[in-house]
Design a protein around this ligand. Sequence first.
Ligand SMILES: [Zn+2]
Length: 122
Amino acid sequence: MALDLLTFLQVSEEINWAIAHYANLRGEAYASDLLERVESFENLEDALCFALAGFTATRYLDTMYCENCFIHLKGIEACDYPDIIHKIITPDCSMVNHILLTEEMVLDQDHSEIINSCYIGK
Ligand SMILES: [Zn+2]
């Protein structure tokens, strides 16, 4: 999806901020992995959301996977809370075990419908 210039600049700024933030917080190696995950997605607008949730795009049939726990998801959107979905399916994965329970309200919601439609296994 092509982005207009303003959206592109805004998204790039968010990505740069996140990379700098995580380099500071979790080290250069994590930040570099995060950038690699961002760059795996064609849709830059949602890339940061998926990359922060620990996913890398496969570029095959709209699927993405976690290189740590190897779950594969298909057809998920940024608004489906990919980080929460990841944590529900594999709560011990180190990519998501830092997600705080301040997300409890979101965790409490029923995500079974989206999980049934997007989770294609390991
Ligand atoms: Zn994982």
